[in-house]
Design a protein around this ligand. Structure first.
Ligand code: T3D
Length: 263
């Protein structure tokens, strides 16, 4: 696969998708939307990929939509932003959140607008100490899209989520970690090493089990308790039939390291 606005590489079960338009802080123009869509489809469908990492090049992670791609002269017809969200951002967020493998985000710099929302849609977020999260939407009269109003509230609770979204203030990576919005804030130079250590570990784990953990937890906010218990039962039944479950128990009993295949 060859791309010009991103790079996408697979090694040892880990696919790394790197947003690569550093001059505009990796904001999304329409070519980048297309290329990210293709890479995400591969990450989702390719069984050789057992963990996906999303990151960016340069001093930004992603500044959301490329605003220079929008014509907003008063004399022009108003754009249909709903169409862009439906075609580009919503499928991306759905694919990340329902992908049956872990998705890690290495936030290497500022994450603004949809860039911040994409990070929040990932399963484990690490951020460089210099990174910032900005709900930039309010400054241009929009709402946090790409799951922002969903994931930000769940990560932070209503008071903090609303204040960030209404004010558009910068949230430092350290504060994001202290508030529980991300997993870990690390020294800038250690970001990719720390992320890849986690990713390589996850790529050797029981992928089907990890996928079920993600699915059950992502959906738990809107599921009544008795139904969640049922869903856990179904998941346990299904996972008990996987070879990774047998391998995990055998390895434990035989006091050796397990070798999981993802099956
Ligand atoms: O339209 C639809 O499809 C609907 C969906 C929308 C989803 C969204 O994401 S809406 C939100 C869009 N994003 C923003 O509003 C963020 C805009 N950017 C900023 O507010 C700031 O750039 C940052 C706070 C992120 C970073 O500030 P700073 O001072 O560190 O950097 P900078 O100087 O502003 O930016 C560096 C360059 O990147 C600069 O270009 P230049 O002057 O060096 O040639 C700047 O114009 C460019 N850049 C940054 N963000 C964007 C961008 N260019 C186009 N679009 C951007 N979003």
């Amino acid at each position: 696969m060859s791309f010009s606005t991103i790079t996408y590489q697979l090694d040892q079960g880990v696919a790394v998708l790197t947003l690569n338009r550093p001059a505009s802080l990796n904001s999304f123009n329409s070519l980048m939307h297309d290329e990210v869509r293709e890479a995400i489809k591969d990450a989702r469908d390719n069984s050789a990929v057992r963990c996906l990492v999303i990151t960016g090049t340069g001093r930004g992670f992603c500044a959301g939509q490329d605003l220079s791609d929008r014509s907003v002269k008063v004399s022009d017809e108003a754009p249909d932003l709903g169409e862009s969200v439906e075609k580009n951002y919503n499928p991306l967020i759905r694919n990340i959140m329902t992908m049956e493998k872990p998705v890690l985000c290495a936030v290497n710099g500022v994450a603004a607008g949809a860039g911040a929302s994409i990070a929040l849609a990932c399963d484990i977020v690490l951020a460089a100490k210099s990174a910032k999260f900005i709900q930039a939407f309010c400054k241009i009269g929009l709402v946090p899209d790409s799951g922002g109003t969903f994931n930000l509230v769940r990560a932070l609770g209503l008071p903090r989520a609303k204040a960030l979204a209404l004010l558009g203030d910068k949230l430092s990576a350290e504060q994001a970690q202290n508030w529980g919005m991300i997993w870990q804030c690390v020294d800038d130079e250690k970001l990719m090493d720390e992320t890849m250590t986690l990713a390589l570990h996850l790529a050797t784990q029981p992928t089907k089990g990890l996928a079920k953990i993600k699915e059950l937890m992502n959906n738990s906010f809107s599921t009544p308790m008795h139904q969640q218990l049922e869903l856990e039962k179904y998941a346990m039944r299904e996972l008990g039939r996987t070879s990774d479950y047998r391998e995990g128990v055998s390895a434990f009993m035989e006091k050796r390291q397990p070798t999981f295949t993802g099956e």
